[in-house]
Design a protein. Sequence first.
Lengths: 179, 179
Amino acid sequence: MQDGRRVRGQLRRVELLTATLAVIERAGVAGVSHRAVAAEAGVSVASTTYHFASLDELLVAALTWAAEDLAAELHERVNEMGARPADELARLIEHCLVYRRGRTLAEYELYLMAARRPALREAAAAWLEPLTQIARNFTTDPQKASLLVAALDGILLQSLIGARPYNHNDFTALLTHLR
Amino acid sequence: MQDGRRVRGQLRRVELLTATLAVIERAGVAGVSHRAVAAEAGVSVASTTYHFASLDELLVAALTWAAEDLAAELHERVNEMGARPADELARLIEHCLVYRRGRTLAEYELYLMAARRPALREAAAAWLEPLTQIARNFTTDPQKASLLVAALDGILLQSLIGARPYNHNDFTALLTHLR
DNA sequence: AAACAATTAGTACGTCTGTCCTGTTAGTTT
DNA sequence: AAACTAACAGGACAGACGTACTAATTGTTT
């Protein structure tokens, strides 16, 4: 049988990771500290240092965890996507930019972290995997698919920053060039 | 006539901004502190706090300054670009990813900062302006042009992270879909 | 029940941080 | 020359930080 202490520990580990994501949504990666995360989770500081010896370890874990989480969510959406992919793809982007805006921004901040740590390349690449799958669902041409993945990244980024507001019709119009 | 003290002050201001960019290239935005910047510039701490009262002010100034700097450089390249735009565009991207890799990464970190401060939206948008111009040089269709701008952002980002290595031929092949 | 292990709480230490304050230098104006 | 001011240096302060250490708590094994 499972050790009850360990399952509780794993639960708290997840609590700490979600708390970390919450902190990042609110204050950015810069706002992450053992104390801030502990406060967010309603937990003692020692508990965070127990599960994640260093801050770096915490951030790395948060990145990989967020990547898995996003992959799982996107995977669901991929399965539901069939009839009118352009419209549904647009709705997905809108979802990321409106209802999940903070989370998406947090993901991009973590995403960029990977550029400085080779150990995270794999996790960051996994991030793109479900997107690539969606793209291949949209068009069979592999070149157009990878172009679409890049464009999705760019559109999300630019809209997050507010340099270019998101517009549903504009976006679906763009997609017609990639069928 | 100009005040000699002020012109020296402005020079030091620029020195501090380039030092800030250098620190960001080396250690990321997270590594920026008054002391780190002062050390990089070989200057006393008080000098940085004199020119930029708060750290935030320093980062904001660094962002807008970097944006202007990049815009100026891209503007030059736009003028030289004529004969074979696809190839030259690919060379530009390669330039950003190889010879200017650290700087490009720094720019993206600052770029993302704008998402949390509405005051920076304008500066971030200015960042896209020369890119847009290049895109319109490449194709007359405005939709394809904005698609290209987004794709450029995505490709740069993904290559910086190392999730997708840059390949010259692949890239020029992608561009054919956007003529 | 007793020995043990996983987890949590409280706390303390040294370091680095942002920022302010005081004095000093150098250039400008009158 | 004297008053003034922009620019700079050095230092000091309180606070937040990462992290290690010790004890207490809780669950498991024997």
